[in-house]
Write a protein that binds this ligand. Structure first.
Ligand SMILES: Cc1cc2nc3c(=O)[nH]c(=O)nc-3n(C[C@H](O)[C@H](O)[C@H](O)COP(=O)(O)OP(=O)(O)OC[C@H]3O[C@@H](n4cnc5c(N)ncnc54)[C@H](O)[C@@H]3O)c2cc1C
Length: 480
């Protein structure tokens, strides 16, 4: 069939682009290799628990956040309930146990009372995160630097830097290779705005976007893997896909004026584009590094963790051996008995993920595929069970009664993320946001191929992917 647009991948970027284009009357075909829409923004069922694959906190939704306009335009606010989480995060290491609120003034007051000799550094920090755009303009002629270097310039206390970097895993694995401008913009949206969960889990948002496509005449084909972009006269004209559930792996081809890749940019270069276009794109991405992946321990609890005594939604635990921000990267590569992690207790926001009195939680840590690759199946499963046990013991120390409350536990590694999303190295945020990251690849594509994903110009996370999808759709609507 002939469509205005074919979208490869039903992650948030692809879904948002598809929803906007379909709503504006464009004919849309969306191909998704998995059995449900959402990519990282999905849920899965285990026993009577609904496990949230990824979402801990979506930043923003404050007045002035562009996502409000996107959601209002698409009618998302009528279909999805956003739940504001009670505080930004609790930070724990051997030396500090602090709750960092979202409100910048409250956060400053708490930090200043714990680090009284760092008042100026704390004020400087919040000035920068709350005025990221102004900072960007003021420093536009200077080379980008790392957030690690920025913190070293304004703060002398290493523990304070660690507290401020509690949620670093939301962006990257190392403060010394994370662009300060990217960090300030993203972190500013958590402080200036708020953080949110989605009632029933992120699948609700993905389903809502998918429904908008189909209600407006578009087609969403699940279990369909795009295998190549088709060419005619040297120009992309369509997409060939195969049914993933079908034994014969039947191949189907459709044509389109424009093609949007929600699938990872390196995959676009390696497998989807023609050899010539693929090489051109590959040459421009060689200087970009692939971003971090995450390991998750999914927990189903027989009771609400509130009942067990937990009071916090999101708790970041840094091991005592992390004495300064220089130790963070090595710690992320360390054994799971010392690797820093975050625990999310969804019962704190009445997330509707478990029935009567039960609850759901998740632990996340930065993860690397090389730690898991080349293991035999038994060894891989044994290692996952060991990690679950180690993490459960570490949680028990912080929340006594945690272990007894566990009814179900399951581990997903960076390899699981890779398998379910096809993102190379199980990357969850697209390319690493290194200082001076090249965006040359964005102009190395054939003119009717577009990107809508964490690999796009806004970076990863829910916000980056949603904005990438919406802006790509707006660009296309102008072209149409
Ligand atoms: C454990 C975890 C925790 C996270 N926590 C947060 C958080 O708290 N806050 C936050 O903002 N972000 C978080 N993220 C990151 C966020 O979820 C992602 O950055 C974002 O959802 C990525 O969206 P995307 O549009 O790039 O698509 P992806 O989610 O990467 O999905 C890509 C989709 O394309 C499909 N696909 C790929 N290739 C093909 C093909 N050839 N044919 C057909 N389909 C294809 C895949 O199956 C997949 O569905 C987390 C992610 C994970 C995994």
């Amino acid at each position: 069939m002939q469509y205005d647009v074919i979208i490869i991948g039903a992650g948030l970027g692809g879904l948002t682009a598809g929803a906007k284009l379909a709503k504006e009357g464009k004919s849309v075909l969306l191909l998704e290799q998995h059995d449900r829409p959402g990519g990282c923004a999905t849920t899965f069922k285990r026993k009577d628990f609904t496990m949230e694959v990824g979402l801990h906190e979506m930043d923003g939704l404050h007045p002035g956040d562009i996502k409000n306009r996107v959601f209002a335009d698409l009618g998302i606010s009528d279909r999805v309930e956003f739940l504001q989480v009670p505080e930004f995060y609790r930070f724990i290491n051997d030396r500090y146990d602090l709750v960092v609120p979202h409100d910048p003034e409250e956060a400053k007051a708490i930090l200043k009372s714990s680090f009284p000799d760092q008042e100026k550094g704390i004020d400087d920090y919040f000035y920068h995160v709350l005025n990221a755009k102004r900072v960007m303009v003021a420093h536009r002629n200077e080379p980008d630097k790392s957030v690690g270097a920025f913190l070293d310039e304004i703060i002398s206390n290493e523990d304070l830097k660690l507290v401020l970097l509690g949620n670093l895993g939301y962006f990257h694995d190392d403060p010394y290779t994370l662009s300060w401008i990217y960090y300030l913009t993203a972190q500013g949206s958590y402080y200036g705005g708020r953080a949110n969960f989605i009632k029933g889990g992120s699948q609700q948002l993905s389903n809502a976007l998918s429904n908008i496509i189909t209600e407006n005449g578009g087609t969403v084909k699940l279990n369909h893997l795009a295998t190549s972009i088709d060419y005619k006269g040297g120009k992309p004209v369509g997409v060939t896909c195969q049914k993933t559930r079908d034994k014969e792996k039947e191949k189907l081809s459709d044509s389109a004026t424009h093609i949007i890749a929600n699938a990872a940019v390196p995959n676009l270069a390696e497998t989807l584009l023609s050899k010539q276009d693929g090489k051109k794109l590959a040459d421009t991405i060689t200087r970009n590094k692939i971003g971090a992946s995450l390991l998750t321990v999914y927990y189903g609890f027989k009771k609400s963790l509130k009942e067990v005594g937990n009071r916090h939604y999101s708790t970041f635990i840094y091991d005592g051996t992390v004495g300064s921000q220089k130790d963070i990267l090595a710690n992320n590569h360390s054994d799971f008995s010392t690797r820093s992690f975050t625990f999310v207790d969804y019962s704190q926001v009445d997330a509707d993920l478990a029935p009567g009195g039960k609850s759901v939680g998740a632990v996340c840590a930065v993860d690397y595929p090389e730690d898991w690759e080349n293991l035999e199946r038994d060894e891989y499963n044994r290692m996952k069970a060991d990690v679950a046990d180690i993490i459960t013991s570490r949680c028990e120390k912080i929340i006594p009664g945690f272990r007894d409350a566990v009814e179900y536990v399951e581990v997903a590694t960076s390899l699981s993320v890779k398998r379910f999303t096809r993102n190379p190295e199980g990357a969850v945020y697209g390319f690493a946001q290194n200082p001076g990251k090249s965006t040359e690849y964005l102009s190395a594509l054939p003119e009717n191929i577009h990107i809508a994903s964490a690999w796009g110009k806004f970076g990863g996370g829910f916000s980056g992917s949603i904005l990438s999808g919406y802006m790509t759709a707006m660009d296309l609507l102008r072209k149409f």
